[in-house]
Design a protein around this ligand. Sequence first.
Ligand code: PEP
Length: 252
Amino acid sequence: MRQKIAAGNWKMNLTLDEGLQLARYISNELDIYSDTQVILAAPYVYLKSLSDLTFPIRNLHIAAQNCHAKESGAYTGEIAIPMLKSINIEYVVIGHSERRAYFNESNAILKEKVDALIEQDMNIIFCCGEPLEVRKAEGHFDYVTEQLEASLCHLSPKQFKQVIIAYEPIWAIGTGETASPDQAQEMHAHIRSLIGEKLGREVAESTSILYGGSVKPANAQELFSMNDVDGGLVGGASLSGSSFLSIINAFS
Ligand code: PEP
């Protein structure tokens, strides 16, 4: 059985008070007996307060939106994985298209982060996805294959248990344009078959693959009902408690 996951990516939004208020709302309204795992990816400076707040809730987790691969040292302004662990953070998002585009994060840099996170027993939400011109030229399957092969597929089946994949077509992020359920399904099926080829069927069947790109209450249920879509990574709509809650509750 694959985990159903609704992850919110706050990006660089909200003040501390607003973030705490949002997390309090989610923690109060969340069905704690549900099998859906909820993850809030928040700015670094809020992580400790959020992890203290949500710590007792079994299906609510806090994630960092990035990390540095080195354990410590002269990397001014960066955050190391042991620092995240020291405040009980268990999940880290890496490879978001905004980090790839604005901060030059290459597949090779992401591989280093993957290896460091695996070594430190952290759970990884690994983002992949193609830009519009690649989709238009019908190169999207090859593009995503390359991203996964370059940064992730070297892991062993045991290590891969720490990995969640988020397929986020760049043309659908923050644009209001969503991949159709069929477009999401065919890419998720492609990713699952690639994992099967590289790491075996059991790993492929147990890896959660999330869809990201303008998920909202109006389209979440249809997207999440697709066979290979195990949930969503949600940007804009995760900033409103009621919107995000209806996305959390959209699993049928
Ligand atoms: C994201 O930031 O990962 C994302 C998918 O954003 P949005 O839901 O706003 O498109």
